[in-house]
Ligand binder design. Structure first.
Ligand code: HEC
Length: 172
């Protein structure tokens, strides 16, 4: 009798462990450990300089930028703050040309400098993947909400006129 209870308890705890593992967030993009050597580019967003807080008047910006502000203005008090866009030097030509010809691997970063967070866009076998990392490489991609890969994808693929194969910005 005792052993049956033990087996039951064991299988319950194993299934709890497994459901925990499977629900744990994981990035589909890998952390680019050489990100500090990537090329910083000037775009519309870096021209604005920062992602503002939720009270900012962004009504003059294109809709995709308005949605970006409304998605991220609340992730930090006062707004996410200073930003930079970094491009893997190996795909600089594709970024400039906006031709979508990205090689497999991590290719672009939206650096939230004040938050010390990297939004990473990668490519694999013809599809675009997304991840969120701390500057030192901790995978902090969430299951849902603003820091989930699903949210990145919805916007980056949803604005087809703005974003080409995962690239939404353009060199200014
Ligand atoms: C509501 C829309 C929206 C969401 C959600 C969003 N982005 Fe973006 N993203 C943009 C826009 C617009 C730009 C271009 C900004 C500019 O002018 O540089 C951009 C730029 C980027 C860039 C710089 C390279 C480029 O030009 O595309 C990366 C990398 C990036 N986003 C990754 C992510 C990741 C990872 C997530 C999810 C954690 C995410 N984004 C969520 C709209 C969005």
């Amino acid at each position: 009798m005792k052993s049956k209870v033990f087996v039951l308890a064991l299988s319950v705890s194993i299934s709890i462990i497994f459901s925990y593992i499977s629900s744990e967030a994981a990035s589909d993009a890998s952390f680019p450990s050489d990100w500090q050597k990537w090329t910083s580019v000037s775009t519309t967003l870096t021209g604005i300089g920062a992602l503002p807080d939720c009270n900012a008047d962004v009504s003059k910006l294109p809709p995709i930028y308005q949605e970006t502000v409304s998605t991220y203005c609340g992730v930090k008090q006062g707004g996410p703050g200073k930003v930079a866009v970094l491009v893997n030097p190996a795909v600089m030509d594709a970024y400039k040309a906006r031709n979508g010809k990205f090689k497999d691997g991590s290719n672009m970063i939206l650096h939230l400098k004040d938050m010390k967070v990297l939004f990473v866009t990668a490519h694999k076998d013809g599809s675009v993947t997304y991840g969120v990392f701390s500057e030192d490489g901790k995978d902090i991609t969430a299951n849902d909400g603003p820091l989930s890969a699903g949210t990145c994808k919805t916007c980056h693929t949803g604005y087809a006129a703005f974003c080409v194969n995962g690239q939404c910005g353009k060199i200014k």
